[in-house]
Design a protein around this ligand. Structure first.
Ligand code: SAH
Length: 552
């Protein structure tokens, strides 16, 4: 069904269900196992079952929950009256002995139940009468086909259950092996056709078999012109499979908007490459190519490539923004420094991972554009925020030099930067004006760093130091501190965050006087307070550090 997210979530509460979950995962490519935090190691973790299920449901994600049907029903009950999403939801016994389709009939819940039952060697608990009688859900045609009207469909199924028979007009290969009461002289017909009209009482199913060629993206109102062209030729809107446009229009915003508004994929290539079209219809500069069978959009021309630069946050998945997770889930290629790419995983077998050395940033940016210009979905990963001493600027620099890459759709997804993550652990040391400085002189002369340190120190800004030391330059922090000590009192508060959000995370609060550079390495964030930054005890061990919002 259109709009249903293809990535199935298999939800488990304990390690006992993991084996069953993996067996189910094996039959749904792209599915992920979601486990309760602290109880079970899975692909994705969550903290609270009810909230997680409602969240998945709202995002139209099919749910296979390995727990009692009652728990699932109670959890999603508040979402059920909402007309927005209705993904398939199934309950499966943790030991794999039962599968119960709960809701999402139109999303194919019974078909999923059958598939799971086959994998587990059990019988599915199907309760839908039409489905039981005919061995198929007529209201849920297979991928590539769309039901014209659900209400007509329900009436049609009731008529059959009441004893009517049906003819089949057109190609409906999936109905061959079913128990439909077929009769060539029947009053009712299942009509499979891209045309919008049928006879009274028919079940009308549209194959997504029409390609709309937009030869002139510069002309206004693309979506409307496509709609009018379909209407004028009596073709149902649901038969539209794809919008096809010339390669030169890859960066066209109106085209992208039109495809979104028509809810079809947008592909680029040549109209002549569509070989199995049997009919060509034209109006309003739109050419409709009608094929005999549903069209697989991914086999036509190519997609506009997409490059997304994301920040992973400091390290743990809770601090990664959902848009970054989404980009990773959709990626064909993932590029980045080895350590970060490993942090971003695990990846599916169909995803290509290109880990490289940290210093090859421009090369990585160009490689990312090259892959994306072939039509692939590419993600470049940085730690923290991608715009803070990281890949986003390198990617834009590459684009600035090679404008041909504007054909690629580029997006930057922000992340929680190390300074922000460290500050949050310590309290609110960045509560007033602050600056972020990288102490690395790889890409700028050390003299610039010294000047900036002096000005920042004089301005009484709180300072967050990134790249405070490196193996090649162990003395840079000492020199920086010497400068800061010229302007700041010895009691100035300092926060050190090491591996924040990662295993072995450590937070230290100290003073400018007591700080020694051997407490700091390249995985540490150094926050030097201003004259107003202060601390007070939090518990026996730690203290809260904050910088008041006001200034005297
Ligand atoms: N884009 C990253 C910064 C990259 S520069 C961000 O926004 O966070 C790398 C520096 O960031 C490191 O030398 C260290 O100073 C700091 N850093 C990155 N991740 C960190 C973490 N998890 N804990 C503490 N400091 C970190």
């Amino acid at each position: 069904m259109a709009g249903v997210n293809a990535d199935i979530a298999i939800v488990v509460l304990g390690p006992g269900a993991l084996d069953t979950a993996r067996r189910i995962q094996a039959v749904f490519s792209g599915s992920t196992v979601h486990g309760l935090a602290g109880r079970v190691q899975a692909d994705v973790t969550f903290n609270e079952l009810g909230e997680h299920l409602r969240d998945l449901y709202a995002r139209n994600t099919p749910i296979v929950a390995l727990c009692s049907a009652g728990i699932v029903i109670r959890a999603i009950a508040p979402c059920l009256t909402d007309k927005g999403a209705e993904p398939p939801v199934l309950a499966v016994a943790a030991d794999g002995s039962a599968v119960v389709p709960l809701v999402g009939g139109l999303g194919g819940v019974n078909a999923m139940a059958r598939k799971i039952a086959t994998a587990l060697g059990i019988a599915p608990a199907i309760t839908t009468s039409g489905e039981l009688r005919f061995g198929t859900c007529l209201l849920n045609p297979p991928e590539g086909y769309a039901l014209a009207n659900i209400e007509d469909g329900k009436r049609f199924v009731s008529d059959l259950l009441a004893g009517e028979t049906t003819r089949i007009e057109g190609e409906a290969p999936w109905l061959d092996a079913t128990d439909l009461p077929r009769n060539d002289d029947a009053r009712l017909a299942i009509r499979v056709s891209p045309r919008a009209s049928g006879s009274e009482g028919d079940l009308l199913i549209h194959p997504r078999s029409v390609i709309a060629w937009v030869g002139d993206a510069a002309r206004d109102g693309i979506a409307e012109r496509v709609r009018v062209a379909l209407r004028e030729h009596g073709i149902a809107a649901q038969s539209l499979a794809v919008l096809l446009a010339p390669l030169r229009d890859m960066a066209s915003q109106p085209l992208a908007r039109a495809a979104r508004s028509l809810d079809v994929p947008l592909r680029f290539g040549d109209a002549s490459s569509v070989i199995d079209a049997t009919e060509t219809l034209e109006s309003h500069d739109i050419v409709l190519l009608v094929a005999t069978k549903p069209v697989d959009a991914s086999s036509i021309g190519r997609a506009r490539g997409k490059l997304t630069v994301i920040g992973l946050g400091p390290g743990c998945t809770e601090l990664m923004v959902p848009a970054a997770k989404q980009a990773l889930a959709e990626a064909d290629d993932i590029l980045g420094y080895d350590t970060y790419v490993r942090m971003a995983g695990p990846f599916r077998a169909d995803q290509r991972v290109h880990g490289t050395d940290n210093r090859e940033e421009m090369q990585r940016a160009r490689h990312a554009f090259e892959l994306a210009s072939k039509g692939r979905k590419v993600v470049v990963v940085s730690s923290g925020d991608p715009g803070v001493f990281a890949m986003a600027a390198a990617v834009l620099e590459a684009l600035d030099h090679e404008r041909a890459w504007t054909s690629v759709e580029l997006a930057i997804v922000p992340g929680v930067s190390a300074a922000l993550a460290t500050a949050a652990r310590a309290g609110a040391p960045l509560g007033h004006d602050f600056c972020m400085l990288s102490l690395s002189d790889n890409l700028k002369p050390w003299s610039i760093i010294e000047t900036r340190l002096r000005h920042a120190a004089q301005a009484d800004l709180v300072m967050a130091f990134y790249n405070p030391v490196s193996r090649a330059r162990p003395r840079q922090l000492d020199r920086a501190l010497e400068i800061v000590r010229e302007y700041r009192a010895s009691g100035t508060r300092v926060v050190l965050g090491r591996d924040i959000g990662r295993p072995g995370e450590a937070l230290t609060t100290t003073t400018l006087e007591a700080l020694r550079s051997d407490q700091v390495d390249m995985r540490t964030m150094v926050i030097v307070g201003s004259s107003t930054t202060r601390g007070f005890p939090r518990d026996e061990h730690g203290e809260w550090i904050y910088t008041p919002r006001w200034y005297e």
